[in-house]
Ligand binder design. Structure first.
Ligand code: ACM
Length: 686
């Protein structure tokens, strides 16, 4: 069947002299569709490209087509008609939705679609407009360069998500994120088929929403950085246009200092309170769960704000409640004794029960972090697991629905490959079909302690695209190397939405250097990575919320390409045993470059003092460059490196592995491999 189609396509393409895309043998779609067949050839994308909507149509659908056309225009330089063709007219792309999709999107939304691109026409069909939105993103990834111009790669794609909940958490409470930043990230989310924006809108460091009923929340708790109610509506509408739900989180009962600056009377300890400035530590303030007026206040707030967020879910946080203020308050202790609550977890469960009643009255389903899981918790609650996948499976066995975030914390500064390997339902999880269906998916967490609107995008992207694939694609799609092949292409495409993960660090470097000449700094940053949030916590110097996030530690990106490049050169050299010729010259050049870094950076730092942050890591890199070159000499000579040499180089590696001005040398694992291999070198067979 497939052969026949291919033959037919070849025949047609010969007759019509259709161009063939450069990458006919492979494809670069990310996330990988549930099922896809590619054939050679491409549907020409030229000025005659036109779209026709058959079947259901609405403004959301038409705006999505308009945006897709604009993106094709900006990629190809073509001017396309944005008029939708009438039913009878021929069109290059037929878009056919059966229905509008849910009035308020939830986990039951049908996001499936089929996309068929032949040499003559592309047809995108879906049961709902949301499926069309997903399919349009796939279509935009099929744009390739053929022999005589742009084409859409011919393919038959039947796609649907593995998990219905594929989210990204952003945290404007630690560092405020203007709506333009939120919007560009929503566009990028849509590109990789993420469908939930989890908006962490309050924390100790900031209260980000305008309340008209309780205006002291933003007046005293926000430093003037908050979203107006109109802006919230704007973001919710913008997200809906892209098939993305917006789930607000107002973290309770702890993480609440910013509430108490204006309303200290609802706290467990007497005020006054001030907005928390440090961002790295867990704060003590918490709502007093024993007083009715506290619940009246919370209900007043939820009653006012919940209509802004049509989503069925409302996230109450519930994480990291410290016992101190509850334990120090005699009235709270008396209340616990009177109710027979044996510990603070029982008191928090009581608080959650009251919140559940409030939320139910306002038509909301409660959602919270693992800590809220308690035997008495109503089963409608959605659990977000930040501690481990096993507890998520346990929650599913108990009857709770949940999502995974453990493994998807971007501030762990892990590689895309490591995040990609985290599955919401790991191999060996024992769940029956009903229980497994309760695991709704996962959420990437872009916590805001060390990110602001300038470096947020480069922490989110492109790694989040790898996690998006984990959550959308079949579980068998696990080839990390192939993921990186597609991620590298996707990373460039993502910037067409306005996210700045590639451009942003360069802009920051130019400012830091006071010069357009940033090649040395880029060469340095290619080899290092930022410290994880946990490791930063252990460092002596803690930025606070007002510290400008402009230093090399803030500009450095995790999973820098240098780590992979050096790693694959080392692997290539070692694979070429016993000759060890492959990549030898490249590695020699690479290591020499490391040795030159300290002097090159010193020349810059005379005019740009913040460059000095590079010095400790650059010194370590220079040491490693020397060690690498010595290792290459052993390979070249066919000698086995003596143990004493190996030990001294491993000591250098250990020293380099330590944090250096809040940076870490990223290429140490590749060097370690090379050095250990040098000690077991086989003589070359000459
Ligand atoms: C969390 O990271 N405390 C949810």
């Amino acid at each position: 069947m497939r052969k026949l189609t291919l033959l037919a396509l070849v025949a047609v393409s010969l007759v019509l002299e259709r161009p063939t895309p450069a990458t006919a043998a492979t494809h670069a779609l990310l996330p990988v569709p549930a099922s896809a067949e590619f054939s050679s050839g491409g549907l020409p994308l030229d000025a005659h490209f036109g779209v026709s909507v058959r079947g259901y149509s609405d403004a959301r659908l038409q705006r999505a087509i308009d945006r897709a056309l604009l993106r094709i225009e900006r990629r190809t330089g073509l001017t396309l008609s944005h008029e939708l063709a009438k039913n009878a007219e021929p069109a290059t792309l037929i878009v056919s939705a059966a229905a509008p999709g849910q009035a308020v999107q939830n986990v039951e939304e049908d996001e499936s679609y089929t996309l068929e691109v032949t040499l003559q026409q592309a047809t995108l069909r879906a049961p709902s407009v949301v499926g069309i939105l997903r399919g349009l993103e796939t279509l935009l990834q099929l744009v390739e360069i053929g022999k005589s111009g742009y084409v859409l790669q011919t393919a038959v794609i039947n796609d649907k998500p593995r998990f219905p909940w594929r989210g990204l958490l952003i945290d404007p409470a630690r560092h405020f994120l203007p709506i333009a930043v939120v919007k560009r990230n929503l566009d990028a989310m849509a590109m990789v088929k993420l469908n939930v924006l989890h908006w962490h809108l309050s924390d100790d460091e900031g209260f980000c929403v305008e309340s008209r009923r309780y205006p002291r929340l933003q007046e005293y708790g926000s430093d003037g950085h908050y979203y107006t109610q109109d802006q919230i509506r704007e973001i919710v509408a913008y997200a809906r246009d892209r098939g993305i739900r917006v789930v607000p989180e107002f973290d309770l009962p702890a993480h609440t200092t910013s509430w108490f600056v204006g309303y200290p009377q609802y706290a467990s300890a007497p005020g006054p309170y001030a907005i928390a400035r440090t961002t790295f530590d867990i704060k003590l303030p918490a709502f007093d769960p024993t007083r009715e007026e506290v619940y009246e206040f919370i209900e007043g707030f939820i009653g006012e704000i919940s209509p802004l967020f049509p989503d069925p879910c409302w996230h109450i946080g519930g994480d990291e409640v410290k016992p101190d203020h509850w334990d120090a308050n005699p009235a709270i202790q008396a209340f616990k004794a009177q109710h027979g609550f044996k510990d603070n977890a029982a008191l928090q469960a009581y608080f959650n029960q009251k919140l559940m009643e409030i939320l139910t009255r306002h038509g909301k389903q409660m959602m919270g972090w693992d800590e809220i899981l308690h035997p008495g918790l109503p089963r409608e609650t959605v659990i977000q697991s930040w501690r481990d996948a096993a507890s998520l499976a346990q929650a599913a066995q108990m009857g709770f629905r949940g999502i995974l975030s453990e493994g998807y914390y971007l501030d762990s500064m892990d590689t895309a490959a490591k995040h990609y390997a985290s599955d919401p339902v790991p191999e060996g999880t024992h769940l029956d079909a009903v229980q497994a269906a309760r695991i709704l998916g996962g959420e990437v967490c872009a916590w805001g302690e060390y990110v602001d609107s300038e470096n947020l995008d480069s922490r989110i992207w492109p790694r989040t695209a790898a996690i998006a694939e984990r959550l959308w694609s079949p579980r068998e799609v696990t080839d990390g190397a192939d993921m990186y092949r597609r991620l590298d292409r996707m990373s460039v495409l993502l910037e067409e939405t306005g996210v700045t993960h590639l451009s942003g660090p360069r802009v920051m470097l130019r400012r830091l250097a006071g010069s357009e000449n940033i090649a040395t700094l880029q060469a340095f940053l290619r080899l290092v990575e930022p410290l994880s949030a946990d490791d930063r916590f252990d460092q002596p110097d803690h930025p606070d919320r007002l510290t400008p996030l402009v230093r090399l530690r803030d500009i450095a990106i995790p999973d820098s390409p240098g780590r992979r490049e050096v790693g694959s050169m080392v692997d290539g050299l070692l694979r070429d045993a016993p000759r060890y010729g492959a990549f030898r010259a490249d590695l020699e050049r690479e290591f020499r470059g490391w040795q030159e870094l300290p002097a090159a950076l010193a020349a810059l730092s005379a005019h740009a003092p913040l460059v000095r942050d590079a010095e400790p890591a650059a010194a370590k890199l220079a040491d490693l460059g020397g060690a690498g070159r010595e290792a290459l000499t052993y390979f070249t000579r066919g000698e086995t490196a003596p143990q004493q040499w190996v030990q001294s180089k491993l000591a250098l590696l250990d020293a380099a592995a330590k944090p250096q001005a809040n940076l870490r040398v990223a290429v140490a694992p590749a060097l370690r491999k090379l050095i250990l291999a040098a000690a077991k070198t086989d003589p070359p067979s000459r």
